[in-house]
Design a protein. Structure first.
Lengths: 96, 153
């Protein structure tokens, strides 16, 4: 057996053991801090008027996040437009 | 593309458009929202752009229209949020909620049937973001297809 194969199998075993320990010992669904979740679930419906709590968080409680997200999308489109723009008549690529 | 693909795109495009607009309009009641609905509509636009060739689409679809749509969406988003100052509130305050006017029916705590006329400014935000994502993603696809040249055979 080659040395490379041994190292590969060993690292795979170590990774599997690590992920197995994480998967079987940690408990999901019982977070330690629940103050903010409880607030959103209790008052989100009355304060924002939305039945969909995800939308109430993304568009109302954390509207700044969505504003930044929209700006990022806008900048991405601007960047694509810059990359794929039409070359002017006298303009040349740098690497030509 | 072939005539079969074009006819299929013609039939599918209105259905995709209506489904995307439904997701945007019901963003405050059902799973989904502006981003997801806008992405669905942009998928329909991509279907049309791919089914018809780039040169053919370019004749009746201008990039300026899509860019304007995107700018209007982003400016509408910021404008709706800024309008809270006119009501004497802070930035991003939901001033339309439970006001009795547009989208202003109050929602009680707990399970309810869901009314479209609720949500305060969240539906307006959904429409603005949906408009922006629709224009932006379609513009990205259009620009990327503009780099492809037809092979001379």
């Amino acid at each position: 057996m080659k040395k490379k194969t041994v190292v590969l199998i060993g690292s795979l075993l170590i990774l599997t053991a690590f992920l197995g320990v994480v998967a079987f010992t940690l408990t999901f669904g019982t977070p330690k801090m629940t103050d903010m979740d409880d607030y959103f679930l209790r008052f989100g419906q009355e304060q924002t008027g939305t039945n969909n709590q995800c939308t109430s968080v993304t568009f109302d409680f954390r509207g700044f996040d969505t504003l930044g997200e929209s700006t990022v999308l806008f900048c991405a489109v601007i960047g694509v437009a810059l990359m794929f723009r039409k070359m002017q008549a006298g303009e040349e690529h740098e690497d030509e | 593309m072939s005539r079969i693909v074009r006819t299929g795109a013609d039939f599918l495009y209105p259905a995709i458009l209506i489904f995307g607009l439904y997701i945007v309009a019901h963003g405050h009641l059902t799973p989904g929202g502006g981003f997801q609905g806008g992405a669905v509509i942009a998928t329909g636009c991509a279907l049309v752009i791919v089914a018809y060739s780039y040169e053919e689409v370019r004749e009746w679809l201008s990039g300026k229209v899509l860019m304007g749509q995107e700018v209007i969406g982003l400016m509408g988003f910021i404008g709706v949020a800024l309008l809270a100052f006119a009501f004497g509130q802070v930035f991003f305050f939901n001033y339309l909620n439970a006001s009795g006017s547009l989208f202003g029916i109050p929602v009680p705590y707990g399970i309810n049937a869901g009314e479209l006329n609720t949500g305060g400014f969240v539906p307006l935000m959904n429409f603005a973001v949906g408009c922006e994502v629709w224009g932006g993603l379609t513009l990205v696809i259009l620009y990327m297809l503009s780099g492809i040249r037809r092979e001379v055979s």
